[in-house]
Design a protein around this ligand. Structure first.
Ligand SMILES: *Cc1c(COP(=O)(O)O)cnc(C)c1O
Length: 434
């Protein structure tokens, strides 16, 4: 399969380049030249397949031309070492729990698949692959965990000093081995600027075999479509779900669109956001105005210029009318989100995190206007990741911390403090990584 840039369909690359380069040089995003469709033999039996078998069928539709089947199966099985349970709050109100991976957020699916695919694509090279990633919190943890102990790879994570939570910091700094954490005196934007600069430095970038692991990498999207199919088939036969996706960069929603493209029957998609409502506004008015993000309690969705928006547009032939037939947008305030966390607890005795709560609000509003709608709301992170909000709404220590998170609290933090100066960073890389 060949891949092209959304900015220029004649810029074509193979799988290895699309994955290791992550971003085309023209700043578009990579898309497969043909969007795969799964055939009748899959859709006739998919309700009986295991999660891993569904994952393999999807991965094979995208990557089967380039990756031998047995290796692809191993990549999928290594990714899906945990489940994504569908919880019924009410017969028309479902929650898809995507937080059963090692770092308690859905990003584990994409990061684990990407790590394994990258290791496969570079296995015949004798050079180490160096993954350089800037994080404001969750992504870095998922990427670090996914690449930890993957042979032939190492990860350098840049995070802003004092701006990630204590447990998030431990997820970045306590693993050791092939994971190195740099604590940058500056903001997330400063970290991202350093990473960008490193990629622009061709000599450095080639010598160190640098790759990025950000959320626009195609190999992070494909595995996220596995759980749309896995969850939909748990509904009664013949029922088409309305998927509700708490969104920031819109990778998760784009993965849902890929699942539909593969042939999954879907009634509708709901893009649920916090006050960062650039996409809901576009869906309503047809005008797209990216702007700086504002801080909210669902902070993983604080995105003002969603990076996957151009992929969504490409999937709908750049037509607003077309997109809004399949996706509706809704946004909610922090106050509404807090009330929803309490309501979900008191109505269903279920602890929903601030991101899932935004989705649940959208699902409820949609069902009120669409009788018979069956919603599946993606619960994107475990509530224990947001102790301040959960304690404030449900009472102190109301959410039990899963062992895999709690264990990190006692691990020592190992990181290197650096200023945000490019030359300092470059010198550190040259001295410490080669
Ligand atoms: C990253 C993230 C989101 C947003 O997902 P996108 O794919 O960027 O839209 C939502 N919730 C949580 C908990 C996240 O970590």
């Amino acid at each position: 399969m060949k891949y092209h840039s959304t900015n220029n369909s004649s810029h074509q690359v193979d799988l290895k380049e699309a994955i290791l380069r992550s971003l085309p040089p023209d700043n578009g995003l990579y898309m497969p030249n043909q969007l795969p469709v799964l055939g009748a033999e899959f859709w006739n039996t998919y309700r009986k397949l295991s999660f891993q078998e569904i994952g393999f069928a999807v991965a094979n539709a995208f990557f089967g031309e380039d990756v031998p089947a047995d290796e692809l199966r191993e990549i999928v099985n290594g990714t899906l070492e945990f489940d994504a349970p569908l919880i019924e709050l009410a017969p028309d109100d479902h929650i898809l729990e995507l937080f059963h991976g090692p770092t308690l957020a859905f990003k584990d699916f994409g990061a684990r698949f990407m790590a394994r695919l990258m290791a496969h694509l570079t296995k015949d090279e004798d050079r180490m692959l160096t993954v350089l990633v800037a994080t404001s919190g969750d992504t870095g943890g998922a990427v670090a965990s996914a690449f930890h102990n993957v042979p032939g790879t190492r990860v350098v994570i840049l995070y802003p000093k004092g701006k990630v939570s204590g447990l998030q910091e431990k997820q970045l700094t306590a693993l050791g081995g092939n994971i190195t954490a740099l604590e940058i005196e500056g903001s997330f934007d400063d970290c991202q600027a350093l990473v960008k600069q490193a990629f622009l430095d061709r000599e450095l970038s080639e010598r160190m075999n640098l790759t990025s692991a950000n959320s626009i990498n195609l190999s992070r999207l494909v595995p996220q479509s596995f759980y749309y199919i896995h969850s939909a088939r748990q509904l009664p036969e013949g029922v088409k779900p309305v998927f509700v996706i708490p969104s920031g960069n819109f990778g998760n929603l784009t993965a849902g669109l890929l699942a539909k493209q593969l042939g999954l029957p879907v009634a509708h998609f709901l893009a649920a956001t916090n006050r960062n409502d650039v996409v809901p506004e576009y869906l309503k008015k047809g005008e797209y105005h990216p702007r700086p993000s504002v801080a909210t309690i669902s902070n993983a969705m604080d995105v003002g210029a969603p990076s996957n928006f151009v992929r969504m547009q490409a999937l709908f032939g750049n037509s607003w009318e077309n997109m809004r037939q399949h996706i509706s947008g809704m946004s909610f305030s922090d106050n509404e989100t807090r009330v929803a966390i309490r309501e979900v607890k008191s109505l269903f005795n279920y602890q929903i995190d601030p991101h899932g709560a935004v989705g649940w609000l959208a699902a409820r509003a949609y069902r009120a206007n669409h009788p018979g709608a069956m919603t599946i709301t993606l619960e994107t992170a475990h509530p224990a990741k947001f102790p301040d909000v959960m304690d404030a709404e449900l009472g102190k220590s109301s959410v039990a911390i899963p062992a895999r998170l709690a264990i990190l609290a006692d691990q020592p933090k190992v990181s290197t403090a650096l200023t945000k100066d490019w030359q300092t960073f470059r010198a550190w890389l040259t001295a410490n990584i080669d």
